[in-house]
Write a protein that binds this ligand. Structure first.
Ligand code: UD1
Length: 418
């Protein structure tokens, strides 16, 4: 078990630079399967989830070299289309590899994906997209086998704008015969980043970032070098670390338009923000004001920031209401915040947070990635020494969060125990 020991009550004051985006890196790494050549990626965060994805690529026969955030993948000799079950269970987004493997080999075998337990997280929309492209799907005991003679472009109309299913549909369609039109597509910036690298390889994708994406199949793709976009959820987390401690932060390598709803909500809490081209400067008031939040698909307020904001609002003046519309099991962190003195009640999709003056330190358990991050922020503001156990969850998605916070005045020590 890995834990953070946090000496609370210290203001965050300083500057931090956002790492490359986790959620953009994963489908982009998958895209490197499609060209059968070399792909050079820059600013890939060194975190559990990218490392597992690269590990799978190696097992499938790709050559992977890593030098800090610079990753070189050569997929020429990739010779397997079976994603190992034990790694598939490590994280949900491994499902993204399925679309790319299908695109390249016209067959793929995988099992149901794992990942943070924040709801049912089915993959029906991914499979529907594959079927639309002419894929036959056989589901056996614990595995899914997809095969087709060739992928044929088609109209794919999603019931819900799923991020992963949209990415999988794009990855499977780029080398298909003919044109695919993906309607009710997710509009997240990570999808634009995926389309950008694929277009740089020679794909023909139009409309990424809108709810209708057209993919005209091409015969092959070229070698490419690509710089992954900054992580917008890390940006929100770092801004909230200053907000909850009454501090200030100069955030670099951020794309402000990606986090407009986060900026707006932080302004509503009373924080003063100066937004530059790739920077945000935030100064927090002594005590935040309560705000209400509803999570929605992009460009709405991101579900990945729901827990982070909930933690931040525990000490705000007044009552905040949060409605979680994307995942049904995303309040697991609430009991841990309550152990730290927060006053939160949850009923179905809704959480009501009655702001308290101060949180108190406690030993708490992280149970998922973003829930873990909110416990760290709570620990920063609480009086005394907080211990957050099982930060393995947090290490799935944050690169050097402890170091970045310590550079701005926090006192976090990482401890490992067997
Ligand atoms: C991605 C992000 C995750 C973020 C989420 C929503 C990655 C690696 N992860 O996850 O951080 O929280 O988007 O912004 O990019 N659904 C179905 N059937 C499907 C697929 C999804 O019912 O086949 C449902 C899910 O259960 C969920 C909702 O759709 O309720 C949103 O899921 P989706 O957008 O697919 O999220 P992910 O791609 O898993």
């Amino acid at each position: 078990m890995t834990s953070y020991i946090i000496e609370g009550g210290r203001r965050i004051d300083g500057s931090a630079t956002c790492s490359g985006s986790k959620n953009a890196s994963l489908p982009i790494i998958a895209a490197s399967i499609l060209n059968g050549k070399t792909t050079k990626l820059y600013h890939v965060p060194n975190i559990h989830d990218t490392n597992v994805t690269l590990e799978i690529l190696k097992i499938l026969g790709c050559k992977v070299t890593k030098n800090g955030g610079k990753i070189e993948i050569n997929s020429k000799n990739m010779n397997s289309h079976e994603i190992p079950e034990h790694l598939m269970r490590e994280m949900r987004s491994t499902v993204i590899l399925a679309g790319a493997i299908l695109g390249r080999f016209k067959e793929v075998t995988f099992s149901y994906p794992g990942g943070c337990d924040i709801g049912a997280r089915p993959i029906d929309l991914h499979l529907t997209a594959f079927k639309k492209l002419g894929v036959t799907i056989e589901e056996g005991a614990g595995y899914i086998y997809c095969k087709c003679e060739k992928l044929i472009g088609n109209n794919i109309d999603f019931d819900f704008p799923s991020v992963g299913a949209t990415e999988n549909a794009i990855l499977a369609a780029v080398l298909a015969e003919g044109t695919s039109v993906i309607s009710n597509a997710a509009m997240e910036p990570e999808i634009i980043d995926l389309a950008n690298i694929l277009n740089k390889m020679g794909a023909k994708i139009v409309g990424a970032g809108t709810n209708v994406i057209t993919v005209t199949g091409v015969k092959n793709l070229k070698e490419v070098g690509y710089d992954v976009m900054p992580d917008r959820i890390e940006a929100g987390t770092l801004l909230c670390s200053a907000a909850i401690t009454g501090g200030r932060i100069e955030l670099n390598n951020v794309i402000p338009e990606h986090i407009t709803p986060i900026i707006r909500k932080l302004e509503e809490t009373g924080c003063k923000l100066e937004v530059g081209e790739n920077t945000i400067h935030l100064v927090a008031p002594k005590r935040l004001k309560a705000v209400d939040i509803k999570t929605m698909p992009y460009p709405g307020f991101p579900t990945d920031m729901q827990s982070i904001f909930a933690g931040t609002l525990t000490t705000a003046k007044g009552s905040s209401v949060i409605i979680e519309n994307i995942f049904e099991n995303r309040y697991k962190y609430v009991n841990e915040l309550i152990r730290m003195g927060a006053k939160i009640t949850v009923e179905g999709k809704m959480a009501v947070i009655k702001g308290v003056k101060r949180l108190c330190a406690a030993t708490v358990e992280a149970a998922d990635l973003r829930g873990g991050a909110t416990l760290v922020l709570a620990g920063l503001s609480a009086k005394g020494t907080t211990r957050v156990n099982h930060i393995e969850y947090l290490l799935r998605g944050y690169e050097n969060l402890d170091k970045k916070l310590n550079n701005m005045g926090a006192k976090i020590t990482k401890v490992e125990e067997n």
